[in-house]
Design a protein around this ligand. Structure first.
Ligand SMILES: Nc1ncnc2c1ncn2[C@@H]1O[C@H](COP(=O)(O)OP(=O)(O)OP(=O)(O)O)[C@@H](O)[C@H]1O
Length: 684
């Protein structure tokens, strides 16, 4: 692979000069430099040549360099003081605040890789989330992207944000995940084949060839390893060809070779003219050398922000030099951020060897070291950083080629509504086919249908109460079952949906429609089987028309119940709450649907009009028995079916109104679910 064209520019913060290897032309193919070449995933020359071609065609398109500046970024949260769960007055106590970030300043230019270092809990993720424009609550200070705010600069679709926890669909394979992301994220100027080639290229480039056909997996499903999953997450974000890529802890839990491969990838991504920021826990010295800039945080306060190559010189200049030459700079910086200096480290070791500990003294030294480092930053680095921020041009020079492609796609979706719908439909069907047609689910429905068929086996038409009972069972079983299945949909997909819609991957409406349409065949097959088996086993009216009408009513009921489940899930976005509420609702619907009680007190009679089970039940009875039908109601005497005690008070004369009521609910619950989803997206 060819090394990138680079020029060395020198930026300065304080007396520290920062060496930045910066590409002089962002339209060049972003190849790996010699030092950080990723190990080839396989030796297939054809594939490699092909990859280079693809890389040239796609990754250089719509690239718009972003200069990220952040100045005095602070973030405070309010903690409600809980002095014990039993304290009833706890809520009346004043709220305690905690400053998670305290005046962090820095710049990152296109082509640079910035790493945030600091001990656990020092605020790295919080800062990264703030830079991604995703921090809820008020962030003080200024964060600008090419001189504009996050919302004002259409940064959404130009930013890739890889969270610490990988948010991926567990049942899709690695290649499927990346292919669907490519189809949704890449511009419509590319053909489907080109987009799929791009996904293949990412698979190869990130060393995922061996596991390309393995499922991602999740808590209940064994899938690819943690490192592979992380690479898939990064690959997904790379597909959008982001101008700004933010990655949280990409190497945690990985072996050093994999970690190096991932950071090498990030560096390569940066060298393509992108601005890359990552948090990192414990980089090896090899990894550390790949960073252009570092920010070191100590309890939310910066103690260093600037060139990675000069960080050791800076700390040496303020009196903290590592005692020996071969020290991992990252270890040294983490020690300092924890208030541990080389001297105190030595003392600590002596104490460990039997000299006894003096905890208070030790803590005081740590605190005073931290304070000293924070003050040194304020005096030495901060003024120069401010100067640099004000002198650094906000808008990076953009090549005419990239200007055109970026502005044309700024305010548009990368693909049409129809394409998004088709891709999301196909992805949804693949992801959920295991769940919808799982053996367990089929067994559940089949066993209930056969059992009820046996219980009502060829029921006598004169036993109206029994037959009506079977119809009531249809309406209740096919109310509960789809309702409880649908409740999980949006709470479970919430993290994926939030991530994908917040990066402008697709419209909420295309996702929602694909979800609703995709569920249809799966949701309707099982009730059809159920009704077919139970209807004929149970000895209901042996008429094809009546059977088809009964089936249609049950299917309509299924769709209404499913809509209610979707709406409850979308409104509450919490499976536990939604399950509790729906079990109460279903119980009420069951009680007021006219089977158990027919004389409901008038002041609560209105409840039956909100019960879809009641409409379904009435319709089922209505199509089963005609107005003039009679049955044997005593020894030798016949009665009209509509006068039987089970049906008399049900009122089966206005079936059109019942259909209309179900139709309104069918649409209404789905509209409610959509509105709730949209509101929850806005909230994010
Ligand atoms: N919503 C919140 N409520 C209370 N504390 C919070 C909240 N968000 C973050 N914190 C606290 O803020 C501090 C910084 O958190 P953050 O996740 O940014 O740290 P970090 O440096 O990324 O840590 P790690 O390396 O362990 O991931 C932590 O002490 C964390 O507990």
């Amino acid at each position: 692979m060819m090394p990138p064209q680079q020029e060395n520019t020198t930026a300065s913060t304080d007396n520290i000069s920062i060496q930045i290897e910066q590409p002089n032309n962002y339209n060049v193919s972003p190849s790996l430099d010699n030092n950080h070449q990723l190990p080839p995933d396989n030796n297939n020359n054809n594939n490699t040549n092909h990859a280079i071609l693809v890389r040239c065609s796609v990754l250089r398109e719509s690239l718009r360099p972003v200069t990220l500046k952040f100045e005095d970024v602070s973030y405070t949260i309010k903690l409600s003081r809980r002095s014990g769960a039993t304290n009833c007055c706890a809520s009346s106590q004043p709220k305690v605040t905690r400053k998670l970030l305290n005046g962090v300043t820095g710049t990152v230019r296109p082509g640079e890789l910035l790493a945030m270092l600091g001990p656990s809990g020092s605020g790295k993720t919080t800062l990264l989330t703030a830079l991604a424009g995703k921090l809820s609550g008020k962030v003080s200070g200024t964060i600008s992207y090419n001189g504009q705010s996050f919302s004002g600069s259409c940064m959404k679709r130009k930013t890739g944000f890889v969270t610490q926890d990988d948010v991926l669909y567990p049942h899709l394979t690695v290649l499927e995940t990346l292919t669907y992301a490519a189809l949704l994220k890449l511009p419509s100027s590319l053909t489907k084949e080109e987009k799929m080639e791009q996904a293949e290229f990412i698979v190869m480039e990130l060393g995922l060839t061996r596991c390309r056909n393995s499922v991602i997996g999740g808590p209940l499903l064994r899938g690819v390893s943690g490192g592979e999953r992380k690479r898939v997450s990064i690959g997904q974000e790379m597909l959008v060809n982001p101008s700004l890529l933010l990655v949280d802890e990409p190497t945690s839990g990985l072996d050093s070779t994999t970690a190096q491969r991932i950071v090498g990838t990030l560096r390569w991504v940066a060298r393509g003219g992108r601005t890359v920021v990552t948090t990192i826990h414990q980089p090896s010295s090899r990894l550390f050398r790949m960073f252009d800039k570092v920010i070191v945080l100590s309890e939310g306060c910066p103690i260093y922000s600037g060139g990675a190559g000069r960080v050791m010189d800076y700390f040496a200049s303020i009196g903290y030099a590592p005692g020996f030459d071969f020290v991992n700079p990252a270890d040294f910086l983490l020690d300092l951020a924890n208030g541990v200096t080389p001297d105190s480290r030595q003392e600590e070791e002596n104490e460990l060897h039997g000299n006894g500990r003096q905890d208070n003294k030790h803590d005081n030294i740590i605190q005073s070291t931290k304070q000293f480092l924070i003050h040194s930053y304020k005096n030495n680095i901060y003024p120069l950083l401010k100067e640099e921020i004000h002198h650094l041009p906000s808008q990076h020079h953009i090549q005419p080629h990239s200007t055109k492609s970026s502005t044309s796609s700024d305010n548009q979706w990368t693909s049409s509504w129809w394409l998004q719908f088709r891709v999301l439909l196909s992805r949804g069907l693949k992801e959920r086919k295991h769940e919808s047609f799982s053996g367990l689910r089929i067994f559940q429905v089949m066993s209930v249908s056969i059992l009820s068929g046996i219980l009502w086996w060829h029921s006598d038409p004169n036993h109206i109460q029994d037959q009506v009972g079977l119809l009531f069972f249809f309406s209740i079983f096919w109310g509960f079952f789809p309702l409880f299945n649908a409740i999980f949909v949006f709470p479970q997909e919430k993290p994926m949906l939030a991530r994908e819609t917040s990066s402008g991957m697709y419209r909420l409406s295309s996702y929602y429609t694909a979800r609703i349409v995709g569920d249809l065949p799966m949701e309707l097959v099982l009730p059809t089987l159920f009704v077919t088996i139970t209807y004929w086993m149970g000895g209901l009216k042996p008429s094809l028309i009546t059977f088809l009408l009964t089936l249609s009513i049950v299917l309509l009921n299924v769709l209404v119940a499913q809509g209610l489940g979707l709406a409850l899930g979308a409104v509450l976005m919490d499976v536990k709450q939604a399950t509790t509420l729906s079990s109460v609702l279903m119980l009420v619907f069951l009680l007021v649907s006219g089977y158990y009680i027919q004389h409901i007190p008038p002041f609560i009679d209105w409840l039956k009009y909100v019960s879809f089970s009641q409409f379904c039940y009435r319709l089922l009875v209505g199509v089963q028995y005609s107005e003039n039908e009679v049955y044997e109601c005593g020894l030798g005497s016949v009665c009209r079916v509509v006068d039987s005690p089970a049906i008399k008070y049900l009122g089966i004369h206005n079936l059109a109104a019942d259909v209309a009521a179900l139709a309104v609910m069918l649409v209404g619950y789905r509209v409610l679910a959509y509105v709730a989803l949209r509101l929850s997206q806005k909230h994010h």
